[in-house]
Design a protein around this ligand. Structure first.
Ligand SMILES: CC(C)(COP(=O)(O)OP(=O)(O)OC[C@H]1O[C@@H](n2cnc3c(N)ncnc32)[C@H](O)[C@@H]1OP(=O)(O)O)[C@@H](O)C(=O)NCCC(=O)NCCS
Length: 185
């Protein structure tokens, strides 16, 4: 089983006991996903979120992939706090990174930045990607700050594309080139 470490986090494949955390994260309404209005304006799909983890577990259980498109995030001392992964858009040859840390009590301590750096390094080491992208909405301050902190450059913005609770937000896209990442990492 792979384990990648960087700073305050360790990334590892999903295991069965994680599913209880996913159920808690989607049923206890702590508000962690209020920030996470999707790029297309849809609300997070809780049932689909758990289902995706179970399918990943079934797929990877006895057949570890050469490259993990999703890994779980633990703190350095072993607390499971979230997940990170990539969606490969074949048609446009784009690698889109997504991250969730539902355990809000530890936000702002650098776990998000460490997990992103760790996973992006893994991705660049194991694919031919020239760049990675990430997408969010202009109301998601933590994600926008995280992207800026890692050197992502805004390269797409759709003004007022997303509406939530009667308020309009921009859909914002960022990219980070392999060269820029290597220069900073
Ligand atoms: C985005 C996320 C992964 C960041 O996790 P994290 O562990 O707080 O990351 P970091 O500690 O590296 O902090 C990133 C930035 O968020 C800021 N931040 C953290 N909590 C915040 C809050 N409640 N309000 C405003 N900013 C906040 C931090 O100050 C930091 O910015 P800074 O370094 O310029 O001060 C986490 O907030 C999360 O899971 N959000 C919900 C899911 C989501 O929106 N994912 C992105 C989908 S596009």
């Amino acid at each position: 089983m792979i384990e990648l470490r960087h700073g305050s986090v360790a990334l590892r494949p999903i295991k069965e006991s994680d599913i209880a955390d996913y159920i808690r994260w989607t049923t206890d309404k702590t508000g962690w996903d209020d920030w996470e209005i999707a790029w297309n304006g849809n609300d997070p799909d809780d049932a689909g979120y758990i289902d995706a983890q179970i399918r990943q577990l079934e797929r990877e259980g006895d057949n570890p992939p050469d490259f993990y498109t999703a890994l779980e995030i633990d703190t350095a001392d072993g607390r499971h706090i979230g997940s990170i992964g990539v969606y490969y858009d074949k048609d446009n040859d784009k690698y889109e990174i997504g991250i969730s840390i539902p355990e809000m009590d530890i936000w702002g301590k650098g776990h998000g930045a460490d997990a992103m750096m760790c996973y992006i390094k893994y991705l660049f080491d194991n694919t031919n990607a020239d760049a990675v992208i990430t997408r969010t909405n202009s109301g998601n301050i933590p994600m926008m700050r995280l992207a800026a902190k890692l050197g992502f450059v805004e390269d797409e913005r759709h003004i007022g594309h997303i509406t939530r609770d009667g308020k309009a937000y921009d859909a914002v896209g960022y990219s980070l080139s392999r060269a820029a990442f290597n220069a900073n990492f």
